[in-house]
Design a protein around this ligand. Structure first.
Ligand SMILES: [Zn+2]
Length: 229
């Protein structure tokens, strides 16, 4: 028995079913990173970081957005604009930004499905990437997402951009420490990140080229290295 436990600890080739479904990064051999931006609902302000989006578009930087249903309902024009950019990918982020682990399986299903349905019916968009609000989940969340055919996307680098006490250089310092091949970086495009635009500019102009890393959408990052050039 002890031998078995040790084997499991030393060689976690079969991580629990749950964790196998939760994606935090791309292949470690991939010379790319995914810049991901959550569009969580906001009470005040426009809920849209136009300067940041304009910069991503001008510089043709691939990016992935996770939109909550509440946010989509208030940002029809912005949703349409983002869906039109060929190097952007759009996934969902729950309906009302609920704390999943406090909800029943059925409640979680409705929370996840809200924006997925809205995308299909109103925008003819098939959103297959899902990121749970706050990054919180339990086994039900993973099972429901899988049953709905969604890919469960977390991150492995936290920018901390919505924290008003962090300066741009503190956020940049954090990214310098953690960004590497295959990284998925979580940021915000709903205006919560006061320095997000500045930080992305620094990433694009300095950190990524210095490390020979290319920004990719989440789907590109996940299939990176799997297809012949
Ligand atoms: Zn969020």
């Amino acid at each position: 028995m002890l031998g078995f436990v040790l084997t499991m600890l030393l060689f976690p080739v079969n991580p629990t079913f749950t964790h196998a479904q939760v994606i935090k990064s791309g292949p470690p051999s991939c010379p790319g990173v995914a810049l991901t931006f959550d569009l969580c609902p906001v009470r005040n302000g426009t809920g849209y970081d136009q300067t940041l989006i304009d910069y991503l578009i001008e510089q043709k930087i691939p990016a992935t957005f996770f939109m909550s249903g509440k946010w989509i309902a208030k940002h029809d024009q912005q949703v349409k604009a983002l869906l039109q950019i060929p190097f952007f990918e759009v996934g969902t982020h729950g309906e009302v930004h609920a704390h999943m682990p406090f909800q029943s399986e059925e409640e979680q299903k409705q929370e996840i499905l809200g924006p997925v349905r809205l995308f299909k019916t109103k925008y003819s968009h098939n959103a297959t990437l899902f990121r749970p609000p706050y990054g919180e989940f339990n086994d039900d969340t993973v099972n429901v997402a899988r049953a709905l055919g969604l890919q469960f996307i977390l991150w492995n680098v936290v920018s901390g951009d919505p924290d008003p006490t962090l300066t741009a250089s503190q956020i940049e310092g954090r990214l310098k420490r953690f960004v590497q091949k295959g990284s998925v970086i979580v940021m915000h495009a709903n205006g919560k990140g006061q320095h997000t635009h500045e930080v992305v500019q620094d990433l694009h102009q300095h950190l990524l080229p210095e490390r020979r890393l290319t920004p990719m959408t989440v789907s590109e990052l996940l299939s990176c290295g799997q297809t012949a050039p």
